[in-house]
Design a protein around this ligand. Structure first.
Ligand code: P1T
Length: 380
C-alpha cells in the first residue's frame, strides 16, 4: 500500500459498537472487569487504552514495523530505550544529536555507569574504530540536529551487527515518509511525535517502533512499569495528524527547496545546510537512503550575533521558537536555544555558533516565506 493511503487508514478501523468512522477518545483511566482479572483486554489505561492502541497500530504501519509504542514525549521514548540496556555498557552516540538527547545521556544516565561516546558518525572509520566488543548500543540521528549531517544507516547497521550492538535511529527529522531505518537494518526507531508526525505544534509526544519482538516486550514492560504514557486526547490528535502526514511532508519539502534556493543566492547568507543540495557533503548517502529531504534547513549568516538578532527581530511570518515540523515556519537559534546544554567545546567543534540558525519550513506559500526572509535580511 502506498504510504499516503496508509497514513489515511492505518489504525482507523471503524469502532465496533457504533460503526463510528474512526476510533473515539476513550478518556478513561480504568475498565470494568466481569470477575477479578477477567476483562476485555483493557484493565487500566497506563497499561493499555483503545485510543492509544489505534495510534500504536498507525505508528507501526508508518515505519513498516511489527510493533510501536507511544510515549508522553520524545525524551520519554528515548529513556525507555536506554533502560533496556545494562549500566556500564558502552554507547556510541552521534555528536550532533538534539541537545536534550545529549543532556539526557550526560546528566541522567552517565551516573549509572553508561559510557557514552559522542562521535561524528558521518565518518564511518571513526564508528568502526569506536565500536569495540563492549559496545551495546549505537544511537544515531539522521539528518542530525541542527547541522543536518547525514549518517549512512545501512553502513552503521553493519558495524553494529559485527559487535552485536543494537542500532537505534532517531527518525524525527526525516519522518517515516522520507526514511525507513528498520528496512536499512536498524533495530529500533524513535520519534519525537511532537514534530512532523504531530505536525501542528499542539502536543508533546514520542514513539518507539521495532520489528524485534523480544525488544518490543522489554519496551512494553517499561512503558507499563515506568508509566510515561500519552493521554488519550494526545493519541487522538496524533491519529488525526497522521492522516495528513504525507501531504504535509510533500509541501514542507517543496517549500524548503524554494527557500534553500533563495538562501543560497543571498549575499548575507554565508552557508546553507540542506541534505537535498548536491553540494552537501553527504548528498549521495541522502539520495540513497531518503526519498525526500523534509523541511529542515540550517544556515549561517554573515556578521556577528548582533546582526543575527536584528534579522530575527524583523521576521513577521516566521516565528522564533524551539521545536520544528509544524505547519507554521519556525526559526531557532541553536546556540542559545535548543543546543544551549551542549558543552561549549563540542558546540564549537560542530559549528553551532552565534550566526547559525535552524529553520523549520512550514506549509505556507513559499513566496510569502521567501519575502519574509528577504525583507528581514535586506532591512527593507
Ligand atoms: O521534545 P520531545 O518530544 O521530548 O522530543 C525530544 C527530541 C528528540 N529527538 C529529536 C531529533 C528532537 O529534535 C527532539 C526535540 N527537539 C526540539 C525541541 C528542537 O527544537 O530541536
Amino acid at each position: 500500500m502506498h504510504p499516503s493511503t496508509r497514513c489515511v487508514h492505518a489504525g482507523s478501523e471503524p469502532e465496533k459498537t457504533t460503526g463510528a468512522i474512526f476510533p473515539p477518545i476513550f478518556q478513561v483511566s480504568t475498565f470494568v472487569q466481569h470477575a477479578p482479572g477477567e476483562h476485555q483486554g483493557f484493565d487500566y489505561s497506563r497499561a493499555r487504552n483503545p485510543t492509544r492502541d489505534a495510534l500504536e497500530t498507525a505508528l507501526a504501519s508508518l515505519e513498516g514495523a511489527q510493533h510501536a509504542l507511544a510515549f508522553a514525549s520524545g525524551l520519554a521514548a528515548e529513556q525507555a530505550i536506554i533502560q533496556i540496556f545494562p549500566p556500564a555498557c558502552k554507547v556510541l552516540v552521534c555528536d550532533d544529536v538534539y541537545g536534550g538527547t545529549g543532556r539526557l545521556f550526560r546528566t541522567l544516565y552517565a551516573k549509572y555507569g553508561f559510557e557514552f561516546c559522542f562521535l561524528d558518525m558521518s565518518d564511518l572509520a571513526l564508528v568502526e574504530q569506536e565500536a569495540t566488543p563492549n559496545t551495546a548500543l549505537i544511537w544515531i540521528e539522521t539528518p542530525t540536529n541542527p547541522t543536518l549531517k547525514i549518517i549512512d544507516i545501512a553502513a552503521v547497521a553493519a558495524i553494529a551487527k559485527k559487535v552485536s550492538a543494537r542500532l537505534v535511529v532517531d527518525n524525527t527529522f526525516a519522518s517515516p515518509l522520507f526514511q525507513q531505518p528498520l528496512a536499512l537494518g536498524a533495530d529500533i526507531v524513535v520519534h519525537s511525535t511532537t514534530k512532523y508526525i504531530g505536525g501542528h505544534s499542539d502536543l508533546i509526544g514520542g514513539a518507539v517502533m521495532t520489528s524485534n519482538s523480544a525488544l518490543f516486550e522489554q519496551l512494553q514492560y517499561i512503558q507499563f512499569a515506568a508509566g510515561a504514557v500519552p493521554a488519550p486526547f494526545e493519541c487522538f490528535l496524533l491519529l488525526r495528524s497522521i492522516k495528513t502526514l504525507a501531504i504535509r511532508m510533500q509541501q514542507h519539502e517543496k517549500n524548503a527547496r524554494q527557500v534553500v534556493n533563495f538562501l543560497c543566492n543571498h549575499p548575507q547568507v554565508e552557508q546553507v545546510f540542506f541534505p537535498g543540495l548536491e553540494s552537501h557533503p553527504n548528498y549521495a548517502i541522502a539520495r540513497k537512503q531518503m526519498t525526500g529531504f523534509s523541511g529542515m534547513v540550517s544556515f549561517k549568516l554573515q556578521g556577528e550575533y548582533e546582526q543575527v538578532k536584528i534579522f530575527l527581530s524583523r521576521l513577521r511570518i516566521i516565528q522564533l521558537a524551539e521545536s520544528l515540523g509544524g505547519i507554521e515556519s519556525l526559526i531557532n537559534h541553536p546556540e542559545r536555544m535548543t543546543h544551549a546544554s551542549v558543552p561549549a567545546a563540542l558546540r564549537q567543534k560542530l559549528g553551532i555558533g552565534p550566526t547559525l540558525l535552524r529553520l523549520s519550513v512550514g506549509i505556507e506559500e513559499a513566496a510569502d516565506l521567501i519575502e519574509d526572509l528577504r525583507q528581514a535580511l535586506d532591512g527593507k
